[in-house]
Design a binder for this molecule. Sequence first.
Ligand code: AMP
Length: 424
Amino acid sequence: MTFENLKLLPQILHSLAAKGYTNPTPIQEKSIPHILEGKDICGSAQTGTGKTAAFALPMLQLLFNSNAHQRKGIKALILAPTRELAQQISDSFREYGKGLHLRHAVIYGGVSQHGQTTALRSGVDIVIATPGRLLDLMTQGHVHLNTIEFFVLDEVDRMLDMGFINDIKKIIAKLPAKKQTLFFSATMPVEIKKLSDSLLKNPVIVQTAPVSTAADLVKQYVYHVKTENKKALLKHILDQEEKPHVLVFTRTKRGADKLVKSLLAEHIKAEAIHGNKSQNTRQKALDRFKNRTISMLVATDVASRGLDITDISHVINYDLPEDGETYIHRIGRTGRAGASGIAISFCSPDERSQLRDIMKLAKNIEEVKAHPHDASHHSEEPRKQNGQNQQRRFTPRRNNSGSNSGGGGHSSWRGKRTNDRSYR
Ligand code: AMP
């Protein structure tokens, strides 16, 4: 299957070729033809599956074909849970929509509303927004939704987790009855099913890999380690990599800041993103991470939602997430769109019950135990040199070689250090 088979406009095919996309991902293949036919969609798709293009491409095409820019008012509204995701969706619309003459604006909180209201006044066809700021601008009379033809709810489960349900309902109440609705959620618990039933008309159900199976390409390890040894273990992991590009998750904002401070003290270039940082600071840190000025980004769950960064070598759960689904979302930051990745979780004794929950959902996590003399037991492994050995990232090696079938075995880090450091 190629994008040409999906009967996309030449301008869109051109933009996709420029991005280097050759074939549609499964969700794109399954959604695009139905959306082009005007159907509602209920998509359950994991993060990193290409779902932004799955809705953006056909919407751009339909808007272009119907000369949307000649009609007054906003024709398409996309709601997303976080500023970062809204910005990324906006970037995607800009890139995919080159040459189509459709105007869009992105609206989110944490920054001055001036630029946003100016954009709205000048007239836009597509609005991408987080619910809170959108509602705010609606109340002030800057946004009118009575001309909406397309409505997209992205990452609905996360929007509900973040407490946006009432805002979303207020926004929905202002939308015209006749519209095409596209609904995406990684999980479909009862509450979300109810919301989708109330919104969608004869939707086409589109499912890609169920959320309970983490991206196959992500190798997952959990390391049992005492809380006080987590920092040393993290530094040890970084030591193994020639060019680490690591996204680290902490449970709290304070924890993220503390960790960054101690990494900086070790001359490891790291920055934190979390809800206490201004949008500009977060965006700058993200840009520095993307262009590899810094090798490490330390994030809390909310701040990381929807981050689209390709080629992350490792996702490290410095603190375990509260539940399995958050774990799946976190590790979905690596192994995106067919790339391989590694997810390493640190589990301290007080996090064991969370680990049990996570392991119910994510079946193929390999358990690794660090021993006091681990690092000294094994000869040094060559590090990547001259571009060789590109595929091998840092991985724990199991002592009982040959078996690779799940937890329990005694394993050790491939360590270049030979000191007697214990991480337990
Ligand atoms: P998403 O799930 O929309 O966040 O997309 C995940 C990543 O896949 C993004 O980096 C996209 O740019 C990329 N992507 C989307 N569609 C394709 C495609 N057909 N081929 C290759 N990469 C893609």
